[in-house]
Design a protein around this ligand. Sequence first.
Ligand code: NAP
Ligand code: MG
Length: 505
Amino acid sequence: MHEPLTAAEYRAIAANLQLPSNAFVDGSFRPANSGKTFETTNPATGETLAEIAACDASDVDFAVAKAKDAFNDGRWRQLTPGERKATLIKFAKLLEENRHELAVMESLDSGKPIRECQTVDVPDTIHTIRWHAELIDKLYDNTNSVGPNALAMVVREPIGVVACVLPWNFPLLMLAWKIAPALAAGCSVIVKPAQETTLTTLRVAELALEAGIPAGAFNVVTGSGKDVGEPLGLHMDVDMVAFTGSTPTGRRFLRYSADSNLKKVVLECGGKNPAVVLEDAEDLDLVAEQVVNGAFWNMGENCSATSRLIVQSGIKDELLQRIGAYMREWKTGDPLDPENRVGALVNKNHYEKVKSFLDDVKTEKLSIAYGGETYKGIFIEPTVVDGVTPSSRLFKEEIFGPILSVTTFETLAEAVALANDTNYGLTAAVYTGSLRNAIRVSRDIRAGLVTVNCFGEGDASTPFGGYKESGFGGRDKSIFAHDNYCELKTIWIDISDRSVDETVR
Ligand code: NAP
Ligand code: MG
């Protein structure tokens, strides 16, 4: 279904794309009230792709009012579960029909390699929407055993107006992780995509309307974090914020909530994820392949990226050799060429930030085992840095780029201590041939997801989110994500027989 095309075919699609530029509120595109716009660019070429509406607090007020109207009059929330399910499945079908266009738009706007957009981002987005749609009519509420004189029902109700504030690294997929369970629950959503990557979100909103998701239930307000994110976070009529992005911005949303209406806040934030390789790992080729994929997939601009290789000292040299062999397959270059696995970083500022870690390699006199080259002021080649100690910035800070640090250990206890020596706790991987070690290390690492003998994020049925400063308040994906977008209500009904004397009861 998601067959890749050739570079020439992708370029032809790119040449003919119709790019959206306005915000999408109450079922139609509209410019910002101020008339202001901002540029969205193709990071790989520097070319301006479109001028997007630069909205502000007045546009947020309008969108929130429309989303609230849609919620209150029940045009979406009060459909039967089967009706919402059918509409969301139609929505998934429309996305499927437009998959090549969406993949190219995503690649152009973000610098991501087309092969990933076509084989991961777009199909996973569609699958996420379908998965949550399928769940809608399979969720049950509770009646409780409270004795003969009362009936207690515990029911989930959609929480209301949900603001989804998104990052630029997986624009479509993070959108789907939020809107699929939110719309499934019956909420109205207002999406604020990252300024770098607004295009696909706008196109998806248009397709949602075409699928039958009513006007006002799915809105997109484009603009900066300061001008759109903050007013959403502080709005008295926004009932919840679902956020993915950096930990510092996540903290801001907790403050916005405290300073406004105590809206619910669910945060998915950064990571500094270890891959722990024990010397009893069965297949070092497999470990090398998985570590390379974990570290360099999506240019390392991935909250779950393998950022720290923590390897038992006796096998380090052999593992690094095999890692080097796999890295030869990871070509860096034109994102629209399916041969390339590493595209451009998302923008110049981010490139400079990632490059500063390469500068540390020199000042700290660390050794580059592989890579280290930069091109055209926006591409950074996959890089492996050896001999990194826990005091180094490379070990501590989220890099969000294609740089893997290597640190060695002698004992299992030391490995776990190194893995946990971070304020983050999003994902981790452990590679071992021993079931005992796999379970012990998986239990001892404080992270929301631990993979054994592989790198990955599970599937739609498994929750995703972090311990410590990697997350707050809930999980994306899985049946548990639905709880984020619902309030729990208790309905207690007295059914005592009033004709019977009180003393008899
Ligand atoms: P970011 O700078 O925190 O931005 C995330 C979103 O918040 C953007 O839409 C941004 O808007 C908005 N924002 C920025 N400042 C704001 C403010 N003062 N008030 C309200 N909203 C504000 O993060 P990013 O650089 O886009 O994304 C990278 C980060 O996301 C990394 O730390 C990564 O680990 C994390 N991430 C986490 C997950 C996960 O599931 N845990 C997944 C992907 C990424 P503008 O940028 O448009 O101004
Ligand atoms: Mg862009």
